[in-house]
Ligand binder design. Sequence first.
Ligand SMILES: Nc1ncnc2c1ncn2[C@@H]1O[C@H](COP(=O)(O)OP(=O)(O)O)[C@@H](O)[C@H]1O
Ligand SMILES: [Mg+2]
Length: 373
Amino acid sequence: MSDKINVTVLFGGQSSEHEVSRLSAQSVLENIDRERFDVNIIGITKNGEWLKFDGDIKLIGSGEWENVARKKLIEAPKSQDLTCPEAPTCKSIISLNNKDDKNNIHVVFPVLHGPNGEDGSVQGLLQLADLPYVGCNILSSAAGMDKEFSKLVFSNAGIPQAAYIKVMRSEINNSVPYIINQINEKIGWPCFVKPANAGSSVGVSKVKAPELLKDALLHAAKYDAKILIEEFIDGRELECAVLGNDNPIASVVGEILPCNEFYDYNAKYIDGKSETIIPADIEPQIMEKIRDYSVRAFKALGCSGLSRVDFFLERKTNRVILNEINTMPGFTNISMYSKLWEASGIPYSELITRLIDLAIEKYEQSTRSYERK
Ligand SMILES: Nc1ncnc2c1ncn2[C@@H]1O[C@H](COP(=O)(O)OP(=O)(O)O)[C@@H](O)[C@H]1O
Ligand SMILES: [Mg+2]
């Protein structure tokens, strides 16, 4: 019997970040230490079907894997089957085909971004199945995904952020004049409008004048019923990677130079002209402040495993302002998260190993695990 740890890489999903997840997963699979880990692959299609995949991992990034995937595990309309009271059912789904793993540890690596992947839902499923998994738990994933909740937690931790107003989708039609007044009083123009729960800049707009507000709100409302209107920060965009459980460490800080007016979807994934600078050319005390805020944000939210924390460095004032946290950041070998660790002395393959070890550590320290002993 193999004494390797079994790792199920879960990728894809129904969020707008499906494609990004495929790229992250292919990268993980190409670089995971096969001496230590036996790998099992499950892709979730855009329709929500769970498909076991044992073909060529190079087909994942492009999406071709789906045609080759042989064994259909769960049909989308039946996904409620996963919430059955018999949690072992979920476990048997995940560990299907790993016949000799009965005595081995089985870890799930949900390489999923965005709603229904990074927001606590899949984490809840894995929790029910009593499986160790890489990354944040239900609460920190959900709170990290929701930009309003995370703002409340970070402000309680004393971390500076942009001023904002919350608007619900149901308020848009009747309240635009009132919202414009509030923006005039609290935020000013231009402002940023964004869905509270989304990612990859989908639904995000820079609004330069009141007459453009309603369209921006309706656009954001396509992605979430809750919308945030934020003060525009004229700043450099800086990012920091955090790794660990109870005693997390922060990487060096990197800078993004978006090729568009802001770091929108095209600047992130399509144009290919945005640049990253690692380490960022900033004063050492600014670097330290960002690393400190990153670890504080990670702890305040109760994160585990990994997170990338994104900041603005305001040009005029040199103020450091937290923009958002990503509990499952883009995770290819050339993503900011991985590159920040590489520049901090942890190569990509080792990063994957550490994350899996952290998942096992978190699981072994969990209440349920204690109860079992
Ligand atoms: N308040 C703001 N001021 C200036 N730029 C912003 C602001 N909020 C967002 N942006 C720009 O929009 C991008 C995407 O917004 P963000 O809140 O990070 O959403 P996402 O979770 O989709 O990445 C940021 O990287 C930045 O370029
Ligand atoms: Mg962002």
